[in-house]
Ligand binder design. Sequence first.
Ligand code: ADP
Length: 483
Amino acid sequence: MAETSELIEFRRAFVWLLCGMLLPSVALVAFGVVAVANERAAVERRLAEEYDARLHVVSQDLLARLDRAADAVAAGREDRLIASLQPLENPPAELADAARRAASLPIGGHVFANAEIGNERRGYALVRSLFGGNEVTLLAQYDPLAVAGEVSKLAEARFPRERAAFRLAPPREPVPALAALRRIVAEAGQNATVVARAPLGPPLDGYTLAAELPGDPAAPLAFRNRTLYIALLVLLYVGIGAGFGLTLREMRRAYKLSRLKTDFVANISHELRTPLTSVRLFAETLREGRAEGPEEVQECVTLLSAEADRLSRMVEKLLDWSRLESGRGQLELERTDVPSLLDRIGEAYRAQQLPASYQTEIEPQLPAVDVDRDAMAQVVLNLLTNAVKYTGDDKRIRVRAKRSGRNVAIEVEDNGPGVRPHDRKRIFERFYRGDDLLSRRTEGTGLGLAIAKKIVEQHGGRIELDSRLGVGSIFRVILPAAA
Ligand code: ADP
């Protein structure tokens, strides 16, 4: 039941995690995609703004130059920009208004006008002038080719180091079909691209000034920014993925631990109940006087005390663990000879009256170690009690002390069934118990090895396991030799 509700909790947390991470990331990606799509337009807009100002300056210069050409006509001089010159006698309808305005001007004045003649847009200056002693209006037609040439010169004079070409675009310049497609093609090719246009007034009504950059200037910028966005998006997703994976791993760990704890509580209650029942039973037998004779009474008392010992061992282990977990209980390190440490352990071992003898093999001249003697005795005792618990009737258990490089190794070897490969790491986790038949049948809390590992690590050492199935196990405590 508890397991199911934990699983539901786990799933709920997972769904929250999914919503909390995925929704914002989808929004971010959508934002990124829009930004990538609009990037080209943004670059083009920036370029257009930049070149609009320059086009304005060039168009002012051009207008001034056209004025000068008209002034030359008034003064009777020639100008390259004028293609033809004739007196305006019968102005066509389109020029009638301009002709009227020109007639009111003093000698030397001019107005600009445009007319559509024979499907061609022409630009004129109507110049007030003296011809044969009479005031007349002269119709000077601008030469579009010459004016176009003039535009380049003016632009060059104004912006000598400019990359862009400024040119005069005719009124009916064909608008390219599939302009977008052409732009994409231009990204690869060397075509020039118009980055800005400015419409012109009379006498170049309908014409535009265009600023052109070689190739496709927006392409490299847009490409760079797009690549940047995409790289950032990929990075974001990698980050989210890694965070997601890590969180998931932590959640799974927490879930497993909480399951282990639940198992532990069930397990420990069961383990405590068994000796308690025995204690109650023997106490009742004695109280009711059901024991027959002093021998039976003695037997009852012995069993009673053994069960009480078992109970206190379990409670001790629980207290040890809670002390270690809470960080209470400082180690008191003392320089200790390994043989004397093993003697001390031997005494404690014998006091427990376990069904296996205490045999040691100690390498001569081992360096001393800095240990908390009680804590280290507890470590080795935990390993020894496990060795006794998990071996059959023929118990061959050995404690060995030897050098291991610059460290000292204390080994506890048994001829038990060995630890299965998938359990070898996990048996050092708190509350973890092997799920083989032997472990299930044996009294335990799943804390002995976790306590041992923690204490050894607090000494700056480590604990290792060599185990062969059906042959036995060697638990090895490696401690740094005292300096
Ligand atoms: P407990 O013995 O109380 O279950 P431990 O932390 O001491 O807890 O041991 C964890 C598990 O490691 C045991 O449940 C058992 O499966 C396995 N184990 C420990 N020592 C041995 C050993 N000497 N031989 C085989 N298995 C062992």
